[in-house]
Ligand binder design. Sequence first.
Ligand code: SF4
Length: 194
Amino acid sequence: MSRPVSYNLIQKPLEKDISVAPLPDGHQGEGFFATSLDSVIGLARKNSIWPLPFATSCCGIEFMATMGSHYDLARFGSERVGFSPRQCDLLMVMGTIAKKMGPVVRQVYLQMAEPRWVIAVGACASSGGIFDTYSVLQGIDQVVPVDVYVPGCPPRPEAIIDGVLRIQDLVGKESLRRRNSEHYKALLNSYGIQ
Ligand code: SF4
């Protein structure tokens, strides 16, 4: 049986492997391009997301594969995985979160600077998964707001990458005013976060 991973035996010219981020919506003409500040900042942010992997069990192993050379999350500008909340803007929670760990997830979220986003990777982080028990948090959205849920037990690396792409869509289109809006403040208030 052949291995699932195939290698590039034929070297391709490097320039064919380099792609440029598409331009945001705007107006262009001879020697100029005009767009909104939101779009430019969104373009920069979405292609330089720094993830913080909060991995507690099996889903974390799939994330390790996602970071490996075959799936290569670095292609999306997210190769700089950090373990300091103050340097990261994407919290990726992967694995079963016991109720005792809930305050820890929340503390990590609170230590991240705005703007920050959250992905719940896998059934356990999204809903408690198969662990419908007294000791397991039935979804991290009970302690922090979640932007994207990735289904699966465990999700394959392709699904994790899809979750990151959905986050990129949100980040790229987010208004600079969203974090100061009443709607966002009400969302944080509903979690007891001022
Ligand atoms: S969703 Fe499945 S694979 Fe992921 S941590 Fe829970 S039990 Fe493990």
